[in-house]
Ligand binder design. Sequence first.
Ligand code: MOS
Length: 755
Amino acid sequence: MPQETTASPIGRDTPRIDGPLKVTGVAQYASDFHFPGLLYGVPVEATIANRKITKLDTAVAEKMPGVHAILYRQNIGKIFRSTLGKGVNGICIERRPPFDDDIIRYYGQYVALAVADTFESAKAAADAVVVSYAKEKPNVEDKLTADDDPDEVMTSYGPEKRLQSERGDASGAFASAPVKLDQTYVTPAETHVPIELQGTTAMWDGDHLNIYEESQAVFNMRTVLAQMFGLREENVRVITKFVGSGFGSKLWPWTHCPLAVAAARQVGKPVKLVLSRKMTFQSAGHRARTQQRVRLGATPEGKLVSLEHDYVCERSMLEEYHENCGEATAFHYSVPNLRVHFGWARRNIGTPSDMRGPGAVPGLYATESAMNELADQLKMDPVQLRILNEPKIDEGERIPFSSRHYVECLQFGAEKFRWSRRNAEVGAMKRDGLTLGWGVAGAAWIATRDSAAANVELRDDGSARVACGAQDIRTGTYTVLALLTADKAGVPVEKVEVVLGDTTLPLGPVSGGSQATASVVPAVFAAADNAITILLNAATTTPGSPFENRKPDDLAFEGGRVFVKADGPGGGVPFAEILKRANLRRVTGSGRSEGIVGSKEKPKFSIHSYGCHFAEVTWQPEIARLRVNRVVTVTDAGRVINPLAGRNQIEGAVVMGIGMALLEHTTYDPQNGAPINSNLADYIVAVNADVPKLEVHFLDYPDLELNAVGARGIGEIGLAGIAAAITVATYRATGVRVRELPIKVEDLLTSSILT
Ligand code: MOS
């Protein structure tokens, strides 16, 4: 019998390899690093949201104990603007260098920075800076009407046409459609609120700059900061060892980063600047408010004939961030006539940015809600309506899908949820004195690959090491790299050392857009293959090696052992033996793969993940109490490398979706433009008590168009659609259609199901 080789750990539930470091407090987050002579920076926040500074008085602050500097426009020194590069590079959602002018465009905009020996002294000095303003009433109006913008606009990611997709004659087909739905859905501003606050520690060493930052994209941050300070990229190092979640808020550099760097330059010492929770609501991104009109035309049998998705999203006065609600609209269902169009409404708010499932999450809330309402109008099962409109190809791009199993998601989910027992009549389902409501919604999220490189080492003690400048934003990237390397090197997972989060390592992908995992697969595999090639060469050239005088081509490597191909793996020799014989501590291979993000070539396949959610709510009319009671989620995300972490990602996203449906809402004060609920007591997110048992299933269809493992991303797909499933379930239980998130208890007081 052939000797057993180590079975691949890919696809096996694997606890995170970095877990013990975190629970024992060994893991160092960006602001845990301390340096001799370190000073603290605390920004002064504008207390108006519109117009300008007339006077900035720093006299008292400068004389306070422990204060090293008060920085403002006239003394901060030169900070350049940055520009967008090719692919995922040079991205900065708020490009205006800090203190660039005296104009105030949003509440909390930084107007000065106090630098002192201790955080407390810096805070006291920041509070002692006296700022006078000329102010106007800010525009933080909730109702969004599109501004007058040209048909093609420049966005934070490059130029875009406001008419995003069009085929056939959507308005003509809608006008003559036998069944019509025309509704507007609103999603609020939401804030990311990761547990770890944003912060930068900056240190200069001559013309070299070192940054500790909780970044989701260290290489992009390096590019942007190099540009802002006129440095060569190789003179800037960004380090991110652990991230206490980001949800998109840490993807791109915010204004506090160049502020910390400029302060360190000025005082000649390391400077640490960590935001307060309040500041993160003002100046570190949020999900833009959206208002989306969806028009559906259908035949009485439920075949879609027209789909129009017209939306307006808020943007800041400074920047052109586009909340791309139309991301999934053009391909998700088969419809001959379609039009997707967007507009912007400028507001005196901090710049919105990517938040978990940007665009598609609010977009699918609207379009999936409309599908549910259409099903009710047609008196059809909403699962059947979706299946009936399943497309054969991506009708928006007119290309085939790489791997789409949306119908199977719906069917499998329906079976697990026992959907066939549904009674569609409002208020008809009861259990234990509670009224039940059931709902369903579909999901899609883009799957793509960023450029990535990695080094893989095989070592003479039988261990391996993989290095890549990717980040683990708590999604399990350390473990994914360990699994990929263990698979190729044929060593146990615990024998793989993983090094991440540093721009001195090979180029890592962005940890965003659910693309990190898919991106690192080809780079790690190529690096491992190269290491193995070097090993096989050593095996054939080392005197006394069992393979001496063989050709490398005659040899194979599998399960950590080298053997002669013709003999099969039975008589193999462990790679550690070969290295020891050859007196090599290690062999190192490098690998790199180009991304498909930002590629100019038209893609051959439409690559996305799919999914659906089935939700049950309970309604207790006597006390107007609505609870999410049960959720079944099915996800088609290709091959899942670590199902344990994968389920955890989907569960986390569903928890966030419960918050999106019922709780989350950043509210702006109409008087001064401040986000009012800018703290964790008033900005309510779903917590354990809000969350029922979640059932998560994956289909297992490897998507080999994306990489050799067939893995797509799973970080964001779980948040798409869930709010639409909960709102329609709420309608079934209460009789109230809520089309503006979050559902508030006062919305439900009009329920006819009150007894
Ligand atoms: Mo995600 S919004 O790309 O971190």
